[in-house]
Design a protein around this ligand. Structure first.
Ligand SMILES: Nc1ncnc2c1ncn2[C@@H]1O[C@H](COP(=O)(O)OP(=O)(O)OP(=O)(O)O)[C@@H](O)[C@H]1O
Length: 439
């Protein structure tokens, strides 16, 4: 009796200890206490969960019973003989769940006739059945799907921006998997960054600027919000266009630079500037475009030619820029086909896609359209309370939920001033062009 009382007295202590452990060092708590219990309960509940989520298949089995009216998994089966063929719900075979930083993942062998999309369709039901934040489905090879569960949303808070030592590669945030969210211009040269107002587009551009500012790159900007977004970063910008005519001149310069770099590469028998000897390699250029739609909006017919010129120049930069070290990062609230064929053609050249919370389904479709339809649904479900959360097309062809590090304008402005001495002047960059034009 006294033993029982001692145990009862120890229970609150144990509970408090576990609570404190979970609070102060969640990774070790999860690995040593949370994960083993979760793995066992996931394995134990798999038959019920698979049945409830419609992932089982009926199979004929010989069923042995000594009791008439025995219970098979499908319900009550009246049994007249001891052996009988009955239809039994078969669950897909599941390996042991393995821990990840924010949850667990498990490989499941699909049943005949099943495809990964059957599991993707059931992902939300699986998440609710297991009481986890989300379940994502991937398929490493035919016949296998990997279910990745995140216990709680890892994007509620994301830590600080790490430094980005690799050229043209910036860690701008964190993916829902816990991995860094990296924008690497040398792998994916051109990006579309879409989102409604206050969704976190500028914050992401700030993170990019802070990451690129210490690197030997030229940053140039087109800010058709009259320059209000990018002017504070002017010390680290080699050129800034704040109206459409300036944008036109800047894009003409970029096209001329591209042609010049083409000649340089041809002479050196190089396929791109990265094959040139470092001594003659021209500086890479990243063009930030804020409010892309403004480049395409026409108030009256007199602007038609100017828009056509700008749009063609931007498209040429997108088509040929990668090899000649010119990269694009285009932000916009609306990237719809109603803006004209120029936007649709530009979109096709931008393989980097980021979709923050959007108001109109068309922008989500334009930004993520050729990805999984589940990505569209996920983009439209981003709540307004979590600015900076976006759907990102990864370099592995998958899509992820991600959140950028919070970078205020002040931090980005500070970085622009700190690294102002690294800014190559536009005159210097364009000096050897036939007719240098300053933006
Ligand atoms: N990753 C983030 N974490 C926390 N807060 C964020 C994050 N991203 C953005 N915010 C906050 O959300 C608000 C809106 O962000 P931001 O200005 O980047 O949106 P936007 O899409 O550029 O809006 P607009 O189109 O109106 O300029 C800001 O107050 C910003 O501080």
């Amino acid at each position: 009796m006294s033993d029982l009382l001692a145990w009862l007295a120890a229970l609150p202590l144990l509970g408090t200890g576990l609570w404190a452990w979970r609070r102060w060092h969640y990774p070790s708590f999860w690995l040593l206490a949370g994960y083993p219990v979760t793995a066992l309960s996931v394995r134990a509940s798999w038959r019920r969960v698979a049945l409830g989520c419609g992932l089982t298949k009926k199979r004929q089995r010989w069923w042995f019973t000594t009791v008439p009216g025995a219970i098979a998994s499908t319900g009550i089966v009246r049994v007249r003989r001891r052996f009988q063929r009955v239809a039994v719900d078969t669950k897909p075979f599941m390996w042991l769940p393995l821990p990840t930083r924010h949850g667990w993942h498990v490989t499941v062998w699909t049943l005949e006739g099943q495809t990964p999309s059957d599991y993707a369709d059931a992902a939300e039901r699986l998440a609710h059945s297991w009481g986890v934040h989300a379940v994502r489905v991937s398929s490493p090879r035919p016949g296998r799907v990997v279910l990745t569960a995140t216990m709680r949303d890892p994007l509620i808070t994301v830590d600080r921006l790490p430094s980005s030592p690799d050229l043209l590669k910036v860690t701008v945030g964190r993916l829902e998997t816990g991995h860094p969210w990296i924008i690497d211009f040398r792998t994916v040269p051109h990006w579309l960054n879409a989102g409604a107002t206050q969704s976190g587009k500028s914050n992401l551009a700030n993170a990019l600027l802070v990451g690129l500012a210490p690197q030997p790159v030229a940053l140039v900007g087109i800010d058709l919000k009259g320059g209000v977004e990018l002017t504070p970063y002017a010390p680290r910008l080699s050129a800034l266009a704040t109206c459409r005519s300036e944008a036109g001149r800047l894009l003409d310069d970029l096209v001329a630079l591209m042609t010049d770099r083409m000649g340089l590469c041809r002479q050196a028998s190089a396929r791109d500037i990265w094959q040139l000897p470092p001594a003659i390699r021209p500086v890479p250029i990243v063009l930030l475009v804020d409010e892309l739609a403004e480049l395409y909006l026409m108030a009256d017919k007199s602007e038609k030619d100017q828009i056509a010129r700008t749009s063609t120049a931007l498209l040429r930069v997108a088509q040929l820029g990668r090899a000649f070290g010119i990269y694009l990062f285009c932000c916009g609230q609306r990237i719809g086909s109603d803006l004209g064929p120029g936007v649709t053609a530009l979109r096709a050249q931008c393989s980097g896609r980021i979709c923050h919370r959007v108001n109109d389904p068309e922008t989500a479709t334009m930004t993520l359209g050729d990805l999984d339809p589940a990505a569209l649904a996920s983009a439209r479900a981003i709540p307004a309370e979590t600015p900076g959360v976006a759907i990102v097309a990864g370099q592995d062809g998958q899509w992820y939920r991600a959140r950028s590090f919070h970078i205020s304008e002040q931090v980005a402005e500070h970085a622009a001033h700190t690294y102002a001495h690294l800014t190559p002047s536009w005159e210097e960059i364009t000096a050897h062009l036939p007719e240098p034009v300053t933006a």
